[in-house]
Design a protein around this ligand. Structure first.
Ligand SMILES: NC(=O)c1ccc[n+]([C@@H]2O[C@H](COP(=O)([O-])OP(=O)(O)OC[C@H]3O[C@@H](n4cnc5c(N)ncnc54)[C@H](O)[C@@H]3O)[C@@H](O)[C@H]2O)c1
Ligand SMILES: O=P(O)(O)OC[C@@H](O)[C@@H](O)[C@H](O)[C@H](O)CO
Length: 488
């Protein structure tokens, strides 16, 4: 029988310096990876306590293996194959803020605590007026954070050296500033003293950051068995990622305190992360979001398969190089080499990135990751960019279903079914409009101001062009439609 990870490795001992909201695969292969390496190579001297943002109970998988787990980085870097395994030993505890409320709030009184990190997905940094200061805990992440910071402020009598640096990694615009704005709203809602707001200003730092690493997490069972055999121990938290990692942090002053750059991790400290964000979100995430829904309907399941598929690959090249790149306000040579690198990362034969995983919440992703490029392209050329326009039709085709599943809609691909996962109200809207003729279905969805931030039917020609693409998809199928667009 194989040994277990906890019988092979032990914890590193460091004071707890980081409270992390989010136990997901990304945080574990990115933030915790960087901290673990920094402890070993740079004397960071800090461990992490994780809080699961939503779990009602402490996740047993972490306790079972004493919070140890392996990050396997796999892929090509500078032309050579990389396989790098690291057992992460810097996690002290994983708490549920609901089940372990007192233990979690006790961390606010911890002298050594210096940083708070979070990944609560694109939907986590929100204000909800129903949250109360007395809740154990409040529901949203910003409300939890406000309650936590207020407890710390009170315990240390507003001492300025007990402030915290807050480093959110959610992929939304100005994540630090947005989080700060939510905290301000809770402070006002809960009538917290103005001295607390002053303490937030003087002692705490809310930092905008941008992250980039493809993390696919626990692999399929067959791969998992093979990897564990190689490793020589069992690990149910095994986390697979690519070797590339970039963390751009909008605070040059933190450079010395966060020595996170290492062989497989680059931390950049800068006065403005906009260029990193625009480049990454428009090109990498924009490529994903514009490609995956149509490619899935065309019969593919993984990003790697898309790169090997002539039609899908060519369509993505045209999307990225002809339509997205010219909209990125940076040196075009730099942007082009970033795009070339993205294609190489997508080709990574070792990281199996599921299209269905990327499809989650595609409406919000289309707005954040495609719409700005579409509008900039239209402004610059006077024409609707064909592939970005088509990507909306692919979304509407992928989403079009009246079949309700558990927390999702059920889509159909040939004889197979697949889950359509998005906000519940949005899915309900789709279900109730899916049976309309194409023109009415398209118009109904494009008019949803709160989905897109504007009425998309007001973009000249957009509604008609999307309807035309959707009708071709209905009539001849996605792949045939992609082929006819490639011939144009
Ligand atoms: N996996 C990647 O390659 C990658 C790379 C860069 C950025 N990200 C970002 O990470 C997010 C997905 O995380 P993951 O890949 O670790 O997936 P995951 O499913 O493993 O983890 C998701 C985490 O988000 C929390 N969460 C989900 N909805 C929430 C909400 N409404 N409020 C509070 N917490 C919530 C969950 O509790 C969990 O901790 C995405 O938003 C993405 O932008 C992922
Ligand atoms: O993680 P999501 O669901 O927000 O988006 C899916 C992918 O586009 C994303 O995970 C990228 O792989 C990642 O942003 C790369 O840094």
């Amino acid at each position: 029988m194989m040994e277990s990870i906890e019988s092979c490795f032990t914890h590193s001992r460091h004071p707890v310096r980081v409270l992390q909201f989010g136990e997901g695969r990304f945080m574990r292969a990115f933030v915790d990876y960087a901290i673990d390496v920094a402890n070993e190579e740079q004397g960071f001297d800090g461990n992490v306590v994780i809080v699961t943002p939503r779990a009602a109970r402490r996740p047993e998988s972490f306790a079972r293996q004493q919070n140890l787990y392996t990050v396997r980085l796999q892929g090509m870097q500078n032309g050579r194959k990389v396989v790098s395994d690291r057992v992460i030993t810097c996690i002290d505890d994983v708490l549920s803020p609901i089940a372990d409320y007192d233990a979690y709030m006790a961390l606010a009184r911890l002298d050594t605590l210096a940083y708070i990190t979070s990944n609560t997905t694109d939907g986590g940094i929100v204000f909800s007026p129903g949250d109360k200061l007395e809740d154990r805990p409040p529901r949203t992440y910003p409300a939890k954070l406000t309650q936590f910071l207020y407890a710390r402020y009170r315990y240390f009598n507003g001492a300025e050296d007990k402030g915290l640096v807050i480093l959110p990694v959610e992929l939304i615009d100005h994540n630090g500033r947005t989080l700060r704005a939510c905290v301000n709203q809770y402070a006002a809602l809960w009538n917290l003293p103005s001295a607390f707001s002053l303490w937030l200003d003087k002692a705490c730092q809310f930092t905008d950051t941008l992250v980039d690493r493809i993390v696919t997490g626990y692999p399929d069972e067959q791969t998992a068995q093979a990897v564990q055999k190689e490793l020589g121990y069992t690990d149910e938290l095994l986390d697979i990622a690519e070797p590339f990692a970039l963390w751009a942090i909008e605070s040059p002053g933190l450079e010395r305190r966060l020595p996170f750059t290492s062989t497989y991790f680059q931390a950049v400290f800068t006065t403005d992360i906009t260029v990193y964000k625009e480049r990454k979100v428009r090109i990498l995430n924009g490529a994903h979001t514009s490609m995956v829904l149509g490619a899935y309907l065309a019969g593919l399941d993984y990003v790697g398969q898309c790169m090997a598929d002539e039609d899908i690959r060519l369509s993505l090249e045209q999307t990225v190089y002809n339509e997205i790149l010219p909209t990125v306000p940076m040196n075009q040579n730099d942007v082009r080499s970033f795009a070339n690198a993205v294609f190489e990362r997508f080709e990574n034969p070792f990281v199996h990135h599921e299209l269905l995983a990327i499809s989650l919440n595609s409406t919000a992703k289309w707005r954040a990751r495609i719409l700005p490029s579409l509008k900039d392209s239209l402004r610059a050329t006077g024409q609707l960019p064909q592939w970005l326009t088509y990507s909306m039709a692919a979304l509407l085709a992928f989403y079009r279903s009246q079949d309700k599943g558990n927390d999702c809609l059920i889509g159909h691909r040939g004889g197979d079914t697949y889950p359509i996962r998005d906000d519940a109200d949005r899915l309900a809207f789709i279900a109730s409009h899916a049976a309309l003729p194409d023109v009415a279905y398209v118009a109904a969805v494009l008019k949803q101001m709160d989905w897109w931030g504007e009425d998309l039917t007001e973009i000249p020609g957009f509604s008609q062009a999307v309807t035309d693409h959707l009708s071709r998809i209905d009539t001849i199928g996605v792949r045939a439609h992609i082929r006819e667009m490639l011939k144009k």
